[in-house]
Design a protein. Sequence first.
Length: 128
Amino acid sequence: MPLIPSRELVQRAEREIETWSAPRSIEQLDNDEVQFVDIRDIRELQKLGTIPGAFHAPRGMLEFWVDPDSPYAKTIFQSDKTFLLFCGSGWRSALAAKSLQDMGFKNVAHIGGGFSAWTEAGGAVEKS
């Protein structure tokens, strides 16, 4: 079986998940029902900053932190909020949102274009 390119995996995921534009996401920054989740590597946060109020959940631990039965479960994910995932360009967050949907997680979306689109649209940045 030939290897499926990562770009194709992202495109497939985006057909099945909810994608928010950067401007729409910026409008939701102060909405208490939306929890921004930064899935980037800690070095990216340290270098570039993050969205104010975002919870950092490293991509490699996300599924374990979301699963209430996991020994690594984080209580922040045990709510009815909408979880808005983002990474640098929107590729990792698209795959992560699809993975959480596949797990049965209901309220998840991602920022199309990621943190790059956020900053280009004038979104606030908090330095680490």
